[in-house]
Design a protein around this ligand. Structure first.
Ligand code: HEM
Length: 135
C-alpha cells in the first residue's frame, strides 16, 4: 500500500472519486440506486472530480445542481446517506492521512445534511418527524 498523502492534489482527488465509485457501483445498497440513474459513468465521474476539486481546491470548475439530482431519487432513506458517508470516509482514509481525509469527510457531512434537508422540504416532511432524513 502506498504511503498516505498529506497533500491534496488534483490527481489524488481523481483517484478518490474513481476508487469511491468503483466501490459504490458494486455495493448492495447503493449500487442499484446509482446504476439505475447513471447511464454514462464516463460523464458522471469527471463531473464528480470537478465537484470535489471545486469544493476542496476552489477550482470553480463545477457548475451543476446537486439538489434536483438527489430530490428526484424517490426511495432515498437515511440508511443510504449513512452508508454513502461511511464508504466515502473509508475511501478517503485509504488515500489520505486522517487530517487530509477529514477535509473531504467533514465537507461531505455538511453537504449530505443540506441535501437531506432539501429532500425533506421537497417531500413536505417536517424536521423531527419520523420520515425526516435530516433529523
Ligand atoms: C444517499 C446518498 C447518495 C446517493 C444515493 C446519490 C446518488 C446520486 C445520483 C444517482 C446522481 C446522478 C444524478 C443524475 O445524473 O441524474 C448523483 C449526482 C451527484 N451527487 Fe449524489 N448521491 C448521494 C449522496 C451525495 C453526497 C453526500 C454528495 C456530496 C457530498 C453528492 C454529490 C453529488 C453531485 C455533486 C452530483 C452531480 C449533480 C449534477 O451536477 O448533476 N451525492 N448522486
Amino acid at each position: 500500500m502506498m504511503e498516505k498523502a498529506t497533500q491534496i492534489t488534483p490527481q489524488l482527488i481523481e483517484k478518490l472519486v474513481y476508487d469511491f465509485y468503483d466501490q459504490i457501483r458494486t455495493d448492495d445498497l447503493l449500487g442499484p440506486v446509482f446504476n439505475a440513474e447513471i447511464d454514462d459513468w464516463d460523464e458522471h465521474l469527471p463531473k464528480m472530480v470537478s465537484f470535489w476539486s471545486s469544493v476542496i481546491l476552489k477550482t470553480c470548475t463545477y457548475n451543476g445542481r446537486p439538489v434536483p439530482a438527489h430530490a428526484k431519487l424517490e426511495g432515498l432513506t437515511k440508511a443510504h446517506f449513512d452508508h454513502w458517508l461511511t464508504m466515502f470516509e473509508e475511501t478517503a482514509n485509504k488515500i489520505f492521512t486522517p487530517q487530509s481525509a477529514n477535509e473531504f469527510v467533514s465537507r461531505a457531512h455538511q453537504i449530505a445534511f443540506s441535501l437531506k434537508n432539501a429532500i425533506d422540504v421537497q417531500r413536505g416532511v417536517l424536521p423531527g418527524t419520523p420520515d425526516s432524513l435530516a433529523s
